[in-house]
Design a protein around this ligand. Structure first.
Ligand SMILES: NC(=O)c1ccc[n+]([C@@H]2O[C@H](COP(=O)([O-])OP(=O)(O)OC[C@H]3O[C@@H](n4cnc5c(N)ncnc54)[C@H](OP(=O)(O)O)[C@@H]3O)[C@@H](O)[C@H]2O)c1
Length: 344
């Protein structure tokens, strides 16, 4: 049965796929194998099951995640067996493990016509995985962390998603991608058509310069300057870290202008005049340099060679002044908070 969720195939970048125009038809009667049961694999497998899609999970030998998936009621197989049984194979592995798993376990077992899907564009955009021409290959990148994707789906809500299909895929792969996005809860606010490369570059740039790099370094620097200048660690923590959540919530809900109109006049004037001195033209130049390293593939090569350093770098950071202050303050501000499991 033909499904036509888009008016043009391929839909041009910038097309927004609305949930109201999509149904799960292209997935019905088909089995999805979710390979990897980490943060994103777990969320997508549970969301698919909740949407009534046949799903099984593929894990490597000795995986700690396998028993967890079984305990959560999912059928678990080896990666090779899960691939061999599937019509749609979702690769939910660390980006640095994709190439090896693809060559060893996926390619020899992939059924003719089975589709492969991803939650992030890296493996395809930077040549770690090159599906053969004609193989349906799509990207549904949730614009949220995995646990949140799962929590919102339980509540009948969702997140926006980015959709892409490789140029050599059959046109109907777009309908499969849209149905998949709907079924895992990634069309809330729309599914935005892009390419594997653009999704990957934008995602990594945002992580590196703002979300997981720039903001954290700004917080560390501001905290250090205050404490070195004789102000109490508690004052520094409240002003530079704790209140960040309040501000980002306002920004998320009301935008930049709405944020400005909701803070004090002093905060607005100070931010508008001092912010550009901190984030000046030299910072913008370094942002362009970081973007260039992602675009020309040098970050990809470095990641694949050096990702083993991540735990050591994180351990060094965990011994730093801000991380230690956070430990103390969080124990005081959120006593008894433990890691909460997300519902199944
Ligand atoms: N995390 C997020 O919120 C998020 C958000 C958007 C997109 N994504 C994307 O989603 C994908 C999965 O990321 P993730 O964060 O969910 O990864 P993750 O939490 O690190 O989970 C990876 C899973 O893969 C398994 N695994 C690791 N190496 C393997 C190998 N060589 N062969 C087979 N299985 C292996 C791990 O199983 P073991 O139990 O065996 O270690 C684990 O179940 C990535 O493409 C990522 O960019 C993630």
């Amino acid at each position: 049965m033909e499904h036509r969720f888009f008016t043009a195939y391929p839909p041009p970048p910038g097309t927004v796929c609305e949930a109201a125009g999509v149904h799960p038809g292209p997935l019905l009667g088909r089995t999805v194998a979710v390979i990897g049961y980490g943060t994103m694999g777990r969320a997508q497998a549970l969301n698919l099951r909740r949407s009534g899609i046949a799903v099984l999970v593929g894990v490597r030998d000795g995986s700690a995640a396998g028993p967890r998936a079984s305990a959560e009621g999912l059928e678990v197989r080896s990666v090779a067996a899960a691939v061999a049984a599937a019509d749609v194979v979702m690769l939910m592995l660390p980006d640095t493990a994709m190439a090896e798993a693809w060559t060893r376990d996926v390619v020899p077992n992939l059924r003719p016509g089975a589709a492969v899907g991803f939650a992030h564009g890296f493996a395809v955009a930077f040549g770690q995985i090159v599906p053969e021409p004609g193989r349906p290959c799509f990207l549904v990148a949730p614009k949220a962390q995995g646990d949140l994707l799962q929590e919102l789906h339980v509540q009948g809500r969702g997140v926006p998603g980015l959709l892409a299909v490789t140029e050599s895929s059959p046109p109907e792969t777009w309908d499969l991608a849209a149905a998949y996005a709907l079924s895992v809860g990634c069309l809330h606010g729309g599914g935005f058509v892009t390419t594997f490369r653009d999704e990957c570059i934008c995602d990594q740039f945002g992580e590196q310069t703002v979300l997981c790099g720039g903001v954290i370094e700004l917080l560390k620097a501001a905290y250090d300057v205050m404490v070195e200048s004789g102000y109490s660690p508690e004052n520094a923590y409240f002003e530079c870290v704790h209140e960040l959540k309040l501000i980002t919530d306002l920004l998320h809900r009301h935008g930049v202008a709405g944020l400005r109109s909701r803070i004090s006049g002093t905060a607005a004037y100070g931010g508008l005049t001092r912010g550009p001195r901190v984030i000046d033209a030299t910072v913008r130049q370094r942002l362009r340099e970081v973007l260039g390293e992602i675009e020309d593939g040098s970050f990809a090569r470095e990641l694949l060679a050096e990702h083993g350093q991540t735990a050591r770098l994180a351990a060094v950071e965990a011994e730093g002044p801000l991380a230690r202050a956070a430990g103390t303050m969080l124990a005081r501000l959120h006593p008894g908070d433990t890691q909460k499991e997300t519902p199944t």
